[in-house]
Design a protein around this ligand. Structure first.
Ligand code: RFL
Ligand code: PHB
Length: 389
């Protein structure tokens, strides 16, 4: 088998890149370790920036998102019984879109299938060969058979635990990491959301987030111990804890119901540099992770896809490698700013076990600044809706 771009990972990054390339007549093949249903069963991001919306439109898959997604013009920040709103549209002229990653991924799968795109599922033992030479190839096992594909480029879109980043020799990359001493316990429930905009809450018992997917599908999170287990939390215990962490008048309005999904996500900040090694390009979670507080994970994956897609089209259409040569630098410049924002917002909103009285006072002062300063709100809004690319 031969293709122009071999894409490892059929998550949102890999699918979006493949569909964008297809629109420009560039051929790709996706190798995905899991089944389609498994990928679609992962409940993840919910907030999309304008940059991702534009890419979805350009890929020809923005229709359902534009019809069924919800524009949010602002967000609420609660601390203790206090609550204030940051208006994104007033400060930046731009809203965000609430439309689940599951739906983004479903729309992309359907478009790839309709266009006859090749996605190999349940691949095992993916190995990248000769990425530092002119003729790379990728091998894998599938249904007991050994397979091989030759290509011009490899796009490593295989997430944090994928094989692509580890294929770059250790002495050719540098990793930066911060692991937070807690996780997020999240539930999805078929109940109306407590509010029409998201509520991020800092309470003495820890962080909580009230989010949603649609009018009858709510997504809630509470900060939990990094060692906690989903089995330790009944639905009733979850709802009771959520209500203790949000202002009383909001808690009164929470409609509870059985959870249809419950999971714990660890919190991590991580970046690997550079994001390119020869003909291998890392994209999305394969290269960087943010804590979910800033809702930036999927959105940073999208900006990587944008830079890589424009580098590949420049290469194939103009025979010019400049965009590919600048890929890592351009992508990382935006990534580090999203890392900073996600780290800052996480520091502001969570309870840290080792927090001193002084640290707590700093957190309160920072929160007061954000509540009262137009400039601070504008900076938050600019970052939340997404820096330009
Ligand atoms: P993914 O989604 O992890 O997809 C990678 C794919 O690669 C496959 N794979 C392999 N395939 C072949 N061979 C191998 N060796 C492979 N190893 C792995 C995997 O099966 C998978 O299908 O990475 P991608 O495409 O870069 O997308 C990144 C996003 O999924 C991620 O950044 C976001 O979900 C993060 N995130 C959020 N991002 C936002 O922008 N807004 C949000 O509101 C938001 N909320 C969240 C989040 C992530 C969360 N969790 C669970 C970590 C909320 C949560 C709770
Ligand atoms: C979500 O709805 O899953 C969500 C929303 C905002 C975040 C993180 C997750 O910051």
């Amino acid at each position: 088998m031969r293709t122009q771009v071999c894409i490892i990972g059929g998550g949102p990054s890999g699918l979006l890149l493949s569909q964008l390339l297809h629109k420009r007549g560039i051929d790709s093949v996706i190798l995905e370790r899991q089944t389609r249903d498994y990928v679609l069963g992962r409940i993840r991001a919910g907030v999309l920036e304008q940059g991702l919306l534009r890419l979805m439109d350009e890929a020809g898959v923005g229709g359902r998102m534009r019809r069924e997604g919800f524009e949010h013009a602002g967000t609420l920040i609660a601390y203790g019984e206090e609550m204030f709103r940051i208006d994104f549209v007033e400060h930046t002229g731009t809203p965000v879109m609430v439309y689940g990653q599951t739906e983004v991924t479903r729309d992309l799968y359907e478009a790839r299938e309709a266009a006859g795109g090749i996605i190999e599922f349940e691949v095992e033992g993916v190995t990248i060969h000769d990425a530092d030479r002119d003729a790379p190839y990728v091998t894998w096992r599938q249904g007991g058979a050994e397979k091989r594909i030759d290509c011009d480029f490899v796009a490593g879109c295989d997430g944090f635990h994928g094989v692509s980043r580890r294929s770059i020799p250790e002495d050719a990359r540098r990793e930066y990491e911060k692991v937070y001493p807690f996780g997020w316990l999240g539930i999805l429930s078929e109940t109306p959301p407590v509010n029409h905009e998201l509520i991020y809450a800092n309470s003495p018992r820890g962080f909580a987030l009230c989010s949603m997917r649609n009018e009858n599908l709510s997504r809630y999170y509470v900060q939990c111990s990094a060692h906690d287990k989903v089995e330790n939390w009944s639905d009733d215990e979850f709802w009771a804890e959520l209500k203790r962490r949000i202002p009383g008048h909001v808690a009164e309005g929470v409609v509870t119901g059985p959870s249809i999904e419950k999971s714990i996500a660890p919190l991590r900040s991580f970046v690997t540099e550079p994001m390119r090694w020869g003909r291998l390009f890392l994209c999305g979670d394969a290269a960087h992770i943010v804590p979910p507080t800033g809702a930036k994970g999927l959105n940073t994956a999208a900006s990587d896809v944008h830079y890589l897609f424009s580098g590949l089209t420049q290469f194939y259409e103009l025979n010019d490698a400049e965009g590919l040569d600048l890929y890592s630098e351009r992508a990382l410049a935006r990534i580090w700013k999203a890392e900073r924002f996600s780290w800052w917002f996480s520091q502001l909103m969570h309870r840290f076990e080792d927090q001193t009285e002084f640290d707590r006072k700093m957190q309160i002062a920072e929160m007061e600044l954000l509540r009262s300063s137009e400039a601070a709100q504008k900076a938050m809004a600019e970052n939340y809706v997404g820096l330009p690319y």
